[in-house]
Design a protein around this ligand. Sequence first.
Ligand SMILES: *Cc1c(COP(=O)(O)O)cnc(C)c1O
Length: 395
Amino acid sequence: MFRRVYLDNSATTPIDREVIDAMLPFLTEKFGNASSIHFFGQEARGAVDKARHQVAEIINARPNEIVFTSGGTEANNLAIRGLVEANEKYGKHIITSQIEHSAVKEVCQDMEKRGLEVTYLPVYEDGIVKTEDVKAAIREDTILISVMTANNEIGTIQPVEEIGKFVRRLREQGKKIWFHTDAVQALGKIPVDVEEIGCDLLSISGHKLYAPKGIGALYVRRGVRLHAQNIGGHQERERRGGTESVPHIVAFGKACELAKINLAETASNLKNLRDKFENNVAERISDIEPNGNRENRLPNISNISFRSVEGEGLLINLDLQGVAVSTGSACSSGSLEPSPVIRALGRNDELARGAIRFSFGKDNTEDDVEYVLEVLPKAVENLRRLSPNFQAAKK
Ligand SMILES: *Cc1c(COP(=O)(O)O)cnc(C)c1O
């Protein structure tokens, strides 16, 4: 029997059965428009309100600080563009990191085209931004800092609480500066609390948390001014026009409720699987380099560079044996560029190209890990046998 093991949970997760059950009635008999006055509308409105509470609760926000979006990408766009457009008169400088998701990075690059200046902070060998660097980069005209809560490729957790505390202090002194964090990967794996972090804007997404694709949210702290990017409807308190996707919102609410209840247990299970995997890989495969800080990272991500191996080749080889993993590389202009995140760690070409992300999810089992530990060493060995570099290095 052909076996499949899904170790790409940072790309997307399967939908939880309980989440499907919660959303199904809103795809069938409970089809109302949440803006309608009649029974059907009120039924939908009630469901959206309940979900808003559930989403708010997992990040310790107030329900009216939640803006539902189509996902993490839209939340990041709304956060950065929306804040800049509403507050450009206070300054034209943004600070971010070199390892942001493209939904932050490319929006920042677009802001540069609009005449803003952006500082991209380094993350050094361990993949973590230094708070001191953030402080040093702040200028008179800095209006926004956007640093992710945890990275999607190497899982490193950023010092968002320190940054948040500092930004708050500046604001108390009267400075016009705001802090956004992309918490899409962190949610459900580590505690994410907007009060602890002290952020003004925070992005989350459903499909990384066992809800469907196409739903996410932006937390907007009370009092923060934001220009809507979708206009033409009055939904989401004028911050995101468009008829709400009630089934998706209900699903996201349920997923957040479950994630909050199960956080400690899920995190500990994920860490056990991940650590078992890493310890065995280190024993069975030579010439590997784990990427990013070992301690300060999400419990479910393992990113490893295999010397003298092309990541793409290994990915395809594993896929043929039913194991799904990912590389962070992007196919740009026909050539495979190694992942910018691995690059930002200062890895050389060979190690950057040989990086693979294994990301565990709550449905993975010890048997899954055993299976991967069976096929991975052979796959690496086969690829290295074909690699002239590796043979030469061994002589
Ligand atoms: C997946 C992801 C996003 C994008 O979210 P979508 O819902 O897929 O648009 C943004 N940021 C991070 C860190 C992610 O991992």
